[in-house]
Design a protein around this ligand. Structure first.
Ligand SMILES: C[S@@+](CC[C@H](N)C(=O)[O-])C[C@H]1O[C@@H](n2cnc3c(N)ncnc32)[C@H](O)[C@@H]1O
Length: 254
């Protein structure tokens, strides 16, 4: 199995493939005062197996395009949508997030949890800007420093994993510079990491290693995940995912 197949094998049975939570999805909808009866067109980019896609479909009068470049995740999402009677509201799209086949101003909402880092925050929000209607909503979660300085061990790890990691004020400035008006920001609480993501993943390590004959690549994946978890447990007060909520501005307005 190559690395991608192993990652799929470890993550496809999970509810979430990254930190997040249902209450936090609801919080965004309240923050942005989303009218739950209004028909909306939403793209969930880097949806994984669709924890948030499914919740949005349940809560809103929406048609959702769920985008991921791993077909195996989209198959799980389709099965889940089917079982929950939500298939009518969800269309999956297997595509890379930097080559989206969308029309200009096609979407009311662009939603992306724990995924934009794959192409980088600034590149992502700049590229996706044209797909949003003016006044449309951008919701992205992004790893964020929540203190203004931090221990070298932590700084070194995350700047090498994701050089764009920064404080919220910098991320908000990037949004403002690129045609968005920020309307809200909050930090994902610890349970979004530990209860909703890391603990369930740790519970899958044993069967994952067994399925893969305890091979070297599988062991390396578990080791890397354990290192990330260990750092989070040690430095959880210093970083989190920030959830950024912004509206596309009308640049033509003087
Ligand atoms: C950390 S997971 C988050 C999944 C989901 N949003 C969640 O919160 O549970 C990141 C997702 O982005 C997808 N992904 C990574 N690079 C991508 C790319 N270039 N284009 C589309 N999807 C990508 C991965 O397959 C994965 O499902």
């Amino acid at each position: 199995m190559d690395d991608y197949q192993l990652l799929i094998d470890l993550h496809k049975d999970a509810n979430r493939q990254g930190p997040g939570g249902d209450a936090e999805v609801e919080k965004v909808l309240s923050l942005a005062m989303v009218d739950r009866t209004e028909p909306l067109k939403i793209a969930d980019i880097g949806c994984g197996t669709g924890a948030s896609t499914l919740l949005l479909a349940r809560l809103l009068e929406a048609k959702i395009t769920a985008v991921d470049f791993l077909p195996a995740f989209l198959e799980v999402l389709e099965d889940r949508a089917d079982n929950l009677g939500l298939s009518e509201k969800i269309t999956t799209l297997c595509c890379s997030m930097d080559h989206l086949p969308f029309a200009n101003e096609e979407y009311d909402v662009i939603w992306s949890e724990g995924a934009i880092y794959n192409i980088g925050f600034e590149k992502g929000i700049t590229n996706w800007h044209r797909y949003l209607k003016v006044g449309g909503l951008l919701v992205v979660s992004e790893i964020t420093w929540i203190t203004d300085s931090r221990p070298p061990e932590l700084q070194k790890y995350w700047t090498s994993e994701y050089p764009e990691i920064d404080v919220a004020s910098s991320k908000i400035a990037v949004l403002e510079k690129n045609g968005y008006s920020p309307i809200g920001y909050f930090v994902l609480p610890e349970y979004c990491w530990l209860d909703n993501y890391y603990r369930p993943m740790q519970n899958r390590f044993k069967s994952f290693l067994k399925r893969n004959d305890n091979n070297e690549k599988a062991r390396a994946i578990v080791e890397a995940e354990n290192r990330e978890i260990e750092l989070y447990e040690k430095y959880r007060t210093q970083y989190s995912y920030g959830v950024y909520v912004a509206r596309k501005m009308d640049w033509r307005t003087p």
